[in-house]
Structure formats: structure tokens, C-alpha cells
Design a protein around this ligand. Structure first.
Ligand SMILES: [Zn+2]
Length: 48
């Protein structure tokens, strides 16, 4: 299983451990927590 990086906090997690995913600009982003996913949803362009 691939490791992915949470773009909000920078944590590297296993894709299967991601708590939340968000689609943005044709890509899927993975998050360690709902808080990080919420932050990304509010300001996606700050993290891409
Ligand atoms: Zn995070």
C-alpha cells in the first residue's frame, strides 16, 4: 500500500490509514484527520 502525504499538516500516512479523502483539481488528497480535511476544503488552493 502506498504512503501518501497529508498536505495540510505534512504527515506521511499509509493510504489505507487515511481518515478522509478530498477530490480537488482531478486529484485525490488524503488526510490524517477530519480537521485536516476540513481545513483543506476551506482553503484548497493554499495546499496544492
Ligand atoms: Zn493532517
Amino acid at each position: 500500500m502506498a504512503d501518501v502525504k497529508d498536505p495540510v499538516c505534512g504527515m506521511v500516512i499509509a493510504e489505507s490509514d487515511a481518515v478522509a479523502t478530498v477530490e480537488h483539481g482531478g486529484s485525490t488528497y488524503y488526510f490524517c484527520s477530519q480537521d485536516c480535511a476540513e481545513e483543506f476544503r476551506e482553503n484548497p488552493d493554499d495546499y496544492t
